[in-house]
Design a protein around this ligand. Structure first.
Ligand SMILES: Cc1ncc(C[n+]2csc(CCOP(=O)(O)OP(=O)(O)O)c2C)c(N)n1
Length: 678
């Protein structure tokens, strides 16, 4: 982009190095080794290739940059400050301090310019694959080539040994290779050191051959400090991205952790502890850097980096001009693109939500969900998703669309393959990218394989939608390996995740409505394999009560309720039948459908008490999962019909019966609570 002399370039790289190291030293905590070793790689990406606008970190067609080894966060903060994002030198000096915008690992939403939360290794790698899917998909839907290439950005990442060791990266790399996601350009910080020492003790496969086998375009830079060599590798990666048989690129840059540190370079000591004054000064002397002041940024270096602002503004102008031309030629598409990029839903989208007629036989909520997805897909072209090889079972297929494959990137059905781990992180990458509403699905029991990604979606407020079917021992014959027991509790344990277990088809439609409208965080749906009755809503309260988490389905009897029966999902129809029997015996029963603890918890206390009358101590909850946490709703005098052991292989009806999920057992438990013998 700019022509600079070697001296300025070297000093610019050293500025990144020492800003990062000074930050770690001042905080007396952090990871100096990665930034010091990867400074030249970062410099080359950020000054020669990354097309971004520091004054508008949300510019839709910006190149993305992911620091997958999030422990090297000072590298990213230095780059953001130097190139002119809304981050000051004081922010850098506050690294890792309470309330700072420079937390220990990059957090999405905390620091302008941080594209995704990284730190748990492998996640950033896989998030980038999601971003590349979103890029390819939006490009296919909106670009009108050759003139109107509105979405054509690259996704750059710096990935580490640790990233490549993690299974999630292997899964994501395998899928990215298959899908030929050529907008991915990953630079591998090949410093061959991790926490316990040299990777000779753990990680000796031929990484280049491995990525070639995945279908990646692998390039090598033998000296990771050589800007021109890094630059030409990135150029080559970009050039091949334009070819018909394009592939994602991995540029293996041989680097030196803690570059410059007199005794710690190339050792694990450089990885994760402050270098100390002596070592830091030694590095500065060695690389010709003034010892004082700390956080030294030469003026001409800052000017050099800050050209990014000018370039960014120009880039934005050009993009907006292209968009204006597009508006003239394709006004409907343009309006649609702007709507989607702004994350706005079409005004009438809710009208697409189906209503299901009452039906005592009913249907499985996974089947209802499939109908809802397909009804919504018509009105919400941004809805895109898939399954980890279980779509015929999770009912997540969009009928009037095709597969997303390299030849058909406009397709809205993703085949993640049997890769739950990467599916989670890929969906997160798509969600944070914008322009799409992504979902990923599998059996609830396999949500365990996705916990790292679910956690990050909650922590980072990504609007990912998780569709988990086969949600209880009601799975039946497949047995305990496939029957979730502790999983609802495990999902409810995530702060910021909304878990919804709808009772019937109509609640399933409302659950989807909540998930679609919840743009500030993730939602998990827990859906049945087995059919459940579709409640007659002319008798029972409307299903939109689900929006409030729990609601009164019906009060049976004439007086004040003597007992509250509450349940979620497939167990709601059981309490309905049990309630009828109790009412026939003259007992006043309140029936509460309780699909979401999180939604209910956010209601005002007045509403909560209207539903769970504080004066009524006899409360029985029924849920085919561990009881953990239900005490909060049933109180110390209440009781829970739950599952406190693993499931069993047998027909679902038999398992339900053996585990006490019968109307008879619920009625008996209710009598006991009421002090009757039953
Ligand atoms: C999933 C996960 N496991 C463990 C860690 C702890 N951890 C942080 S960095 C690291 C490995 C460091 O090796 P590398 O990724 O090569 O980084 P470098 O030493 O080059 O800085 C580990 C195990 C982590 N951040 N994420």
């Amino acid at each position: 982009m700019t022509s600079v002399n070697d001296d300025l370039q070297n000093r610019a790289i050293n500025t990144i190095r020492f800003l990062s190291a000074d930050g770690v030293q001042q905080a007396n905590s952090g990871h100096p080794g990665l930034p010091m070793g990867a400074a030249a790689m970062a410099y080359t990406i950020w000054t020669r290739h990354l097309r971004h606008n520091p004054r508008n970190p949300r510019l839709p067609n910006r190149d993305r940059f992911i620091l997958s080894g999030g422990h090297g966060s000072m590298l990213l903060y230095s780059l953001l400050y130097l190139t002119g994002y809304d981050l000051s030198l004081d922010d850098l000096k506050n690294f890792r301090q309470w309330g700072s915008r420079t937390p220990g690992h990059p957090e999405y939403g905390v620091t302008p310019g941080v594209e995704v939360t990284t730190g748990p290794l492998g996640q950033g790698f896989a998030n980038g694959v999601g971003m590349a899917i979103a890029q390819a998909h939006l490009a296919a839907q909106f670009n009108k080539l050759p003139q109107y290439s509105l979405i054509d950005h690259f996704i750059y990442a710096i990935v580490t040994d640790g990233d490549l060791m993690e299974g999630v990266a292997s899964e994501a790399a395998s899928l990215a290779g298959h899908l030929r996601l050529s907008k991915l350009i990953y630079l591998y910080d090949d410093n061959r050191i991790s926490i316990e020492g040299s990777i000779d003790i753990t990680f000796t496969e031929d990484r280049a051959a491995r990525f070639e086998a995945y279908g990646w375009n692998v390039l090598r830079v033998p000296d990771g400090n050589a800007v021109e060599a890094i630059d030409s590798a990135i150029r080559a990666a970009k050039a091949q991205a334009a070819k018909a048989d394009a592939r994602p690129s991995l540029i293996i840059c041989r680097t030196h952790i803690g570059y410059g540190l007199p005794t710690r370079q190339d050792t694990e000591k450089a990885h994760g502890e402050p270098p100390g004054e002596v070592e830091l000064n030694g590095a500065k002397e060695k690389l010709g850097w003034p010892l004082e002041p700390r956080f030294y940024v030469p003026e001409d270096v800052l000017d050099h980096f800050r050209l990014a602002i000018q370039h960014g503004e120009q880039l934005e102008k050009e993009w907006l001009a292209r968009l204006r031309g597009y508006w003239v030629k394709y006004p409907e598409l343009a309006a649609e693109l702007e709507r989607r990029l702004a994350g706005k839903l079409p005004p009438d989208w809710r009208s697409a939500l189906p209503e299901f007629p009452a039906d005592p036989k009913g249907l499985a909520t996974r089947a209802a969900s499939g109908k809802v997805i397909n009804a919504l897909a018509v009105k919400l072209p941004e809805l895109i998703g898939g399954s980890a090889d279980l779509a015929p079972s999770t009912n997540t297929w969009i009928m009037d669309s095709v597969d997303f494959q390299s030849e058909t990137p406009a397709g809205r059905n993703l085949h993640f393959g049997v890769r739950e781990n990467a599916m989670g992180s890929i969906v997160n990458g798509m969600a944070v990218n914008g322009g799409v509403i992504p979902y990923g699905s599998t059996f609830l029991v396999f949500s365990d394989y996705m916990r790292p990604a679910i956690r990050l979606s909650a922590l980072s407020h990504y609007p990912s939608i998780w569709v988990f079917t086969h949600d209880s021992i009601g799975v039946g014959e497949d047995g305990p390996t496939h029957q979730p027991v502790e999983h609802l509790a495990a999902l409810r344990a995530f702060p910021g995740l909304v878990v919804i277990r709808p009772a019937d088809a109509n609640e399933t439609a409302v659950a989807w409505q909540v998930a679609i409208e919840r743009r500030g965080g993730p939602t998990a749906l827990a859906l049945t394999r087995q059919a459940v009755p579709t409640l007659d809503r002319s008798i029972y309260a409307p299903a939109n009560g689900l929006e409030r988490g729990a609601y009164i389905l019906k009060d049976l009897g004439d007086g004040k309720p003597q007992i509250i029966l509450m349940a979620s999902g497939s167990e709601v129809s059981l309490i309905v039948e049990a309630g009828k029997q109790l009412a026939a015996e003259g007992i006043n029963v309140r029936l509460v459908s309780f699909p979401s603890w999180e939604l209910f918890s956010t209601q005002d206390i007045g509403y909560q008490q209207t539903v769970l009358l504080p004066g009524v101590k006899a409360r029985l909850a029924v849920e085919a999962g561990v009881r953990q946490g239900w005490e909060r709703w049933v109180g110390s005098d209440g009781e829970v019909v739950s599952v406190e052991r693993y499931g069993a292989s047998a027909p679902a009806k038999v398992v339900f019966q053996e585990y006490g999920f019968t109307v008879e057992n619920i009625v008996n438990k209710a009598y006991k609570l009421l002090g009757h013998e039953g």
